[in-house]
Write a new protein. Structure first.
Length: 435
């Protein structure tokens, strides 16, 4: 006999409790997976398996019966003795009678089923009554809302009538404006035709003027060609006079220098910045410049008053970056000292990082100005400042393979030479110390 849903749920709940109390080795094999569920989920997820084992396993049914007896002792005793059943929920009475299999247990199940249907029917009636009441309330609200909408529609209709009257008045006004606009358009078309006629006449006059101008341009070009021929002959004569005058001035200047016995120039523009970047023990002297080919760089250094600016670490890391920073500085300074002594050029070398290098810095050789950038400043920035500090027209050479540095100093009028040119010049002249 199929059990109603409330009765089956009650039996499954007792079976789930009995399953919790059983040792693992006494749990029926069909219920091993159900036992892994939590107690709250066993009755719901394992109801089918529990019901099947109850039908086929009398031992498990007795264990479930013990749980049911413990929870409803009076009801179990009354059903067993055939006495009058005390007041209890029909599903509990039917579930306990099913487990006890007392005489007439089917009747208890049938009564529980009937009671369940009666309760469900009553609940459905209550739900329908409540729904009817809700629908009636909604209908009343709809009626009120419909009345409000109707009043609002009447109000909108009155407003629309007023707006329609206003629109009709505007249409009449627009009609008169359109008539005036058409008249103005006709006048504008007449004026446009007159302007077009005048423009055509002006175009004809412009064409005639253009032809006259072309003739005049041809005359001027011919005159310019004759003037250029005359100028070339005149320029040759003036160039000869200027060259003779320049030779005379140079001779006079040399004679005046010998006559006045002028002493050599003391100091250089870069000396004013050397105080900010030089280190203790270094000798801020002069000489230096920059270019690509070693021969060209050597030639630039031979120009009087040339200033050679060297990006220190850019050169050393290109030539002997495997050495320590102190060894790199020492090797470059030795080479630059020999170069300054050989060429007589003003040489300034700038290294990055004043704080970390000053303690281990060696005294600069004679003729070489040794500078370190300050905290928060790079050697590139110091080089650009030195270039800007030089007077316009003085030959300045900057040795650096940094493209940004090279472009920046070229814009300031200096010559930019890669680091490889200086390294090759030092090697060729054997001016550097041994590695």
């Amino acid at each position: 006999m199929a059990l109603p849903e409330p009765v089956r749920a009650q039996v499954a709940a007792w079976a789930a409790q009995a399953l919790s109390a059983l040792p693992a080795d006494r749990v029926p094999a069909a219920l091993q997976h159900v036992r892994r569920f939590t107690p709250a989920r066993r009755a719901r997820l394992g109801a089918g398996a529990l019901a099947a084992v109850l039908e086929s396993d009398p031992v498990f049914r007795q264990q479930v019966l013990q749980v049911a007896r413990a929870s409803h002792p009076l009801l179990a005793a009354a059903l067993t003795e055939g006495n009058e059943v005390p007041a209890a929920p029909p599903e509990e009475v039917a579930a306990l009678a099913f487990l006890l299999r007392v005489d007439g247990w089917e009747d208890h199940v049938a009564r529980a089923d009937e009671e369940t249907r009666r309760a469900r029917t009553a609940a459905d009636e209550q739900e329908r009554s409540a729904q009817v009441r809700r629908l009636e309330a909604e209908l009343d609200q709809q009626r009120v809302r419909a009345a409000e909408d109707l009043a609002e529609a009447h109000e909108r209709a009155r407003a629309a009538e007023a707006e329609l009257a206003d629109l009709r008045r505007r249409v009449r006004d627009l009609g008169s404006r359109v008539g005036r606009a058409e008249q103005a358009q006709r006048r504008a078309e007449e004026e446009r035709e007159a302007a077009l006629a005048e423009a055509e006449a002006a175009g004809a006059r412009a064409d005639a003027l253009s032809r006259r101008l072309e003739d005049r341009v041809a005359e001027l070009e011919a005159a310019l060609a004759r003037a250029r021929d005359d100028e070339r002959s005149t320029t040759r004569e003036e160039h000869l006079r200027v060259r003779l005058l320049l030779d005379a001035l140079l001779g006079s200047a040399q004679g005046l220098r010998r006559e006045l016995a002028l002493p050599p120039v003391e100091g250089r523009p870069a000396d004013s910045l050397a105080r900010d970047y030089a280190v203790a023990g270094g000798e801020p002297s002069a000489r230096g410049l920059l270019r690509d080919d070693p021969a060209l760089l050597d030639g630039l250094l031979g120009v009087p008053t040339t200033h050679l600016l060297v990006d220190g670490y850019n050169v050393t890391k290109s030539g002997y970056g495997e050495l320590t920073l102190q060894a790199q500085r020492t090797r470059l300074l030795a080479g630059l000292g020999a170069l300054a002594a050989r060429t007589g050029a003003e040489v300034t070398v700038v290294f990055d990082g004043r704080d970390g290098a000053v303690a281990s810095a060696l005294p600069a050789p004679r003729g070489v100005r040794l500078l370190f950038s300050r905290t928060g400043e790079t050697a590139d920035e110091v080089l650009r400042r030195l270039v800007r500090h030089e007077p316009e027209g003085r030959p300045v050479v900057v040795v650096s393979s940094d493209r940004e540095v090279a472009d920046g100093v070229r814009d300031s009028g200096a010559h930019a030479v890669p680091s490889s040119a200086l390294l090759r010049l030092l090697e060729r002249g054997s001016v550097g110390p041994p590695a």
